[in-house]
Design a protein around this ligand. Structure first.
Ligand SMILES: *Cc1c(COP(=O)(O)O)cnc(C)c1O
Length: 363
């Protein structure tokens, strides 16, 4: 068997070997069709089945109620930053944003191009090392929605609990970097969106889970591709979909189901990240976690070594030993291990061992 890297890439990210092998088996000849899924019409029975299976698997695994639509769109989460305000903002009804880091900032910036916005809370004063406390979040009474970023991929912070605003505001979440990593009470949200390439599959497809009433009210002037109702009516087949990506998402969802579902995945993720956070916390200060303890992410572990030269050495030596993707995001520097759903426990154990060894040799 080919040797696989200890892959801690932030996105696109690791996929389960079993899923890749299954795709490989079906690559040239999908279920006896004499062609790959990529070469087929998206109007074919075979592809329609893939599209429907991916949706129903997701509904089952994530316990999505019947009054929500599941959409597979293109353009990444970054397109949702604009599409959301285009569809939901109205004059006198601002979009409220919780500022938790780099991705929240990008979401706000796009909304500012479209309509009125408000900042509901921010942790910028603490360099985004924490999620603001839920009691500090203030939603203007007339707000069209409250937008949160459930996991800040670059800073390595994550909401422990979500703001409970369902009785007076529509909660919208960018879950691009922690979708399906833990159970979520969908009813708390008006809409959830996520690019697939971190926790759900390859790049090229963006998941949108949207409550029926929100998808029904797009302004008349919006172009067809940028309206939620277009994609609802067409069952995500309005135009040519990213068929291979949706197919890979389906395989990934089957893999999650075979492992026992989202709660099991959550436990597994905790076991994985505990190994690495323990290596940080038990290093006597050699390693320092970037996020404050209560806001630590189970998906992106950000940490530093007191000396920038040692950080460089850490990356070089880790690469020599088969680790990939441990360099922090270029905007913040430092080190980061992304431990999404598909990253095996063995990779995390190997990293924790490497960290201890590196400390022994350089501490
Ligand atoms: C990666 C990421 C995005 C951007 O996703 P694209 O699909 O590349 O547009 C947005 N939000 C969060 C939280 C992310 O991690």
């Amino acid at each position: 068997m080919t040797k696989r890297a200890f892959n801690f890439n932030a996105g696109p990210a690791a996929l389960p070997l079993e899923v890749l092998q299954q795709a490989q088996e079906q690559f040239v000849n999908y279920h006896g069709a004499g062609m790959s899924i990529m070469e087929m019409s998206h109007r074919s029975k075979e592809y329609e089945q893939v599209n429907n299976d991916a949706q129903s698997l997701l509904r089952r695994l994530f316990h999505i109620p019947d009054n929500y639509h599941v959409l597979f769109l293109q353009g990444g989460a970054s397109t949702q930053f604009a599409m959301l305000p285009m569809n939901l903002l109205q004059p006198g009804r601002p979009g409220a944003y919780v500022m938790t880091g780099s991705w929240a900032k990008k979401a706000l910036k796009e909304a500012q191009l479209i309509g009125e916005t408000a900042i509901a809370a921010t942790s910028e004063g603490d360099s985004f090392t924490r999620i603001p406390s839920l009691s500090d979040i203030e939603v203007p009474a007339e707000a069209a929605y409250l937008h949160i970023t459930s996991n800040e991929t670059i800073e390595g912070t994550q909401y422990g609990a979500y703001p409970n605003v369902a009785d007076h505001a529509t909660l919208i979440a960018d879950m691009s970097s922690d979708i399906l990593s833990r159970p979520v009470d969908i009813k708390q949200f008006g809409m959830i969106y996520a690019g697939a390439q971190k926790n759900l599959g390859p790049s090229g497809v963006t998941l949108v889970i949207i409550r029926e009433d929100l998808a029904a009210s797009s302004p008349k002037h919006l172009p067809a591709m940028l309206r939620y109702d277009t994609h609802v009516k067409a069952n995500s087949l309005y135009n040519t979909p990213p068929s291979f990506s949706v197919y890979m998402v389906k395989l990934m969802l089957e893999w999650i189901e075979a492992r026992g579902g989202v709660s099991q995945v959550e436990q597994y993720n905790r076991d994985k990240t505990n190994l690495i956070y323990d290596a940080i916390d038990q290093s006597g200060g050699f390693y320092r976690g970037v996020a404050q303890a209560a806001s630590r992410s189970t998906m992106n572990i950000t940490f530093r070594i007191h000396d920038a030269e040692l950080e460089k050495q850490f990356i070089l030596q880790s690469e020599a030993q088969g680790f990939v993707g441990l360099k922090g995001h270029r905007d913040v520097g430092g080190l980061r291990a992304s431990t999404y759903n598909s990253v095996p426990l063995e990779s995390c154990r190997a990293l924790a061992e490497f960290m201890k060894e590196f400390q022994k040799n350089n501490g």
